[in-house]
Design a protein around this ligand. Structure first.
Ligand code: F6R
Length: 614
């Protein structure tokens, strides 16, 4: 979603903002802009464009006079349109009437229409259709010589979510930033400070960062940083050292981040298993849950909440908790959970699954769960993210940064962590040591299983290219293959724009089968597992309607060849592990379909990496 970068220091402000914005491109955006200050000027210089960062750079080159010494501070933004089309005028930064103040904003101001009406009545002129512009006018209205005080007073009038950065000609070298519901991270260096919505924009200059909490306002001047609360008292926040390098957010020789991240899965899964598996006891150790065996044994119900790909990982997790631990489990679409007054019984345990740790709906579900007294665990990838901090307990994926908008390695690591969690819970209940040991041994094989799927890449590419011209596709599956089918369809549609739907294999004949014909391929994860024969029956139903059937089947399973047109092979493994190799095969299939169709794989249209609005 939208991205913020602000810089205060002595280096080339414009260059630093542009390279920071480039690091945020992966989040998805449709316009961009910067606000800069040249010593002595009475107005800020704002350059905006309704395109990509290359267009912004070109506009900066064309519009910024070379002779002008831009220095000391600036702010930049990538916008993902919510209020108003992705035009140059609606791009951020937005300025106050007197052009002394500029603001960049992530989030949504829910009361902007009221505020705008009042500001217009007070004589303000609005240029854009955005909700964000009200902030610039409010800061000007509240300004009485102290920028921090003005920002504090302005944000008190806002309802909704915001991460903002503000500069003013009256305060050269200063950036004031604030957050409520939308992240702001502050990068610390001796004589410079970078403020951003995401550490990716910071990590090339410093790895020492502070994550702001909701209600924090930071005033950064060169290398000095002061954080205050809404009541203007100073607050102390611990800094964190980021444990990954800038080369992890480079493509490393791959054509796309998505392909790189697909290939990172064996290593990412291995990281998520390291030090956690206890083969002797047939269990898993996850200290971050901060739950005793007695706590786990008392849980009457697991509630999993997530969105998108994380939701499908949660579906697999539901099966795990029921199968391994005998705990009734529900997977909830997070947005639905927050608005329907869910019943949470005493001792219930909730698991919020979110790669970014910033998804607005999942965060709201976490807050609802905490409010209703549940033990809320987070499964996040981004260290220091809001969900990770607000839950205060859970498991990090440690999958490394996921830059491609389509989630890949996060899914397999989420599923791995859910299996670990369910085994751990299971051992406090009905899972025996001997079955636990078997499962732990199978988990330990997972990196090799994932690597074996990647070895099939060339074959998957050929099959993907064969079907790349289709306009519609179905994915069907049963049991553990049902969430795998849903995830396969999501991956395909989001990056290739081919209309794809995921269904339970038994559900097809209750309606969607009407759409099948020779132009509609059906992709069927059907490993050599207990439900295979039933799924084969469904494959035959598809072929009877002339649909080409592509099976994702177990290596060496020759029986399947008679029921499909093409086969993608995955290694033999236990049933609970199977969603991971199958989904990796689907990721490669989607990637090569999208590539054959000439799509912009890492930043699909309309999508954002981190969905921080409802
Ligand atoms: C799909 C995808 C999205 C995310 C969803 C939740 O490839 O990436 O569906 O899974 O937006 O995001 P997180 O996991 O960050 O909460």
């Amino acid at each position: 979603m939208c991205g913020i970068v602000g810089y205060t220091g002595q280096a080339d402000v414009g260059g630093i903002l542009v390279s920071g914005l480039r690091r945020l491109e992966y989040r998805g955006y449709d316009s961009a802009g910067v606000a800069l200050y040249a010593d002595g000027d009475s107005e800020l210089t704002v350059v905006k464009t309704s395109g990509k960062i290359v267009d912004l750079e070109a506009s900066m080159q064309a519009e910024l006079p070379e002779s002008k010494p831009f220095s000391s501070m600036g702010i930049g933004h990538t916008r993902w349109a919510t209020h108003g089309a992705p035009t140059q005028i609606n791009a951020h930064p937005h300025s106050s009437d007197n052009k002394e103040i500029a603001v960049v904003h992530n989030g949504i101001i829910e009361n902007y229409a009221d505020l705008k009406a009042h500001l217009i009545a007070d004589g303000c002129t609005f240029n854009s259709e955005t909700d964000s512009e009200v902030i610039a006018h409010l800061v000007q209205q509240c300004y009485q010589g102290d920028l921090r005080a003005a920002v504090t007073a302005a944000v008190k009038k806002l309802t909704g979510t915001y991460g903002i950065a503000v500069i003013s000609t009256k305060h050269p070298g200063t950036i004031v930033a604030a957050r409520s519901g939308s992240p702001i991270v502050v990068g610390l260096q001796d004589d410079e400070t970078i403020v951003a919505s995401d550490v990716s924009a910071i990590v090339s200059r410093t790895k020492q960062v502070i994550f702001l909490n909701d209600g924090d306002i930071v005033t950064a001047t060169g290398g000095d940083v002061e954080i205050t609360s809404m009541s203007s008292t100073t607050v102390t926040r611990e800094s964190t050292l980021i444990d990954w390098d800038v080369d992890e957010i480079e493509k490393g020789g791959y054509d796309h981040f998505m392909l790189k991240e697909i290939h990172e899965q064996p290593a990412a899964i291995a990281t998520g298993l390291r030090g956690r598996l206890d083969e002797t006891e047939g269990t898993v150790r996850l200290g971050g849950l901060r739950m005793t065996p007695m706590d786990m044994a008392r849980v009457p119900r697991m509630i999993l909440a997530a969105c998108g790909t994380s939701y499908y990982a949660g579906m697999v997790g539901k099966y795990y908790f029921e199968d391994f631990a005998g705990i009734p489990a529900d997977i909830q679409q997070a947005a639905e959970f927050r608005y329907r007054n869910p019943i949470i019984e005493p001792n219930a345990c909730m698991v919020a699954i979110s790669q970014s740790g910033e998804t607005a709906d999942t965060l709201a579900a976490v807050r609802e769960g905490l409010m209703k007294g549940a033990t809320v665990l987070g499964i996040c990838n981004v260290v220091g993210s809001t969900i990770a901090r607000e839950t205060g307990r859970g498991v990090y994926l440690h999958a490394g940064p996921e830059i491609g908008v389509a989630s890949t390695k996060a899914f397999s690591c989420q599923v791995t962590v859910l299996a670990e969690m369910a085994i751990m819970f299971g051992r406090t209940r009905r899972l025996s040591a001997s079955v636990g040991r078997e499962m732990v041994r199978e988990l330990a094989r997972l990196p090799d299983i994932a690597a074996a799927v990647l070895e099939r890449e060339a074959e998957i590419k050929v099959i993907a290219e064969k079907y790349a011209a289709a306009e519609d596709a179905f994915f069907i599956g049963r049991g553990y293959m049902f969430p795998a089918a849903l995830e396969g369809a999501l991956k395909l549609k989001e990056i290739s724009y081919m209309h794809a739907e995921g269904y339970h294999a038994a559900e097809l004949k209750h309606g969607p089968i009407a759409l099948l014909d020779e132009d509609v391929p059906v992709i069927v994860p059907v490993p050599d597992l207990p439900d295979k024969e039933k799924t084969i029956g469904n494959m035959q139903e598809c072929r009877a309607r002339k649909s080409p059937v592509i099976a994702i089947a177990t290596e060496g399973d020759k029986e399947i060849d008679a029921y499909c047109d093409d086969v993608i092979r995955v290694p033999r493994c236990q049933e609970f592990i199977a969603p991971i190799p199958v989904v990796i095969a689907e990721q490669l299939f989607a990637y090569y379909v999208a590539k054959a169709r000439g799509c912009e794989i890492d930043q699909p249209r309309n999508l954002a990496k981190s969905v921080t609005v409802e």
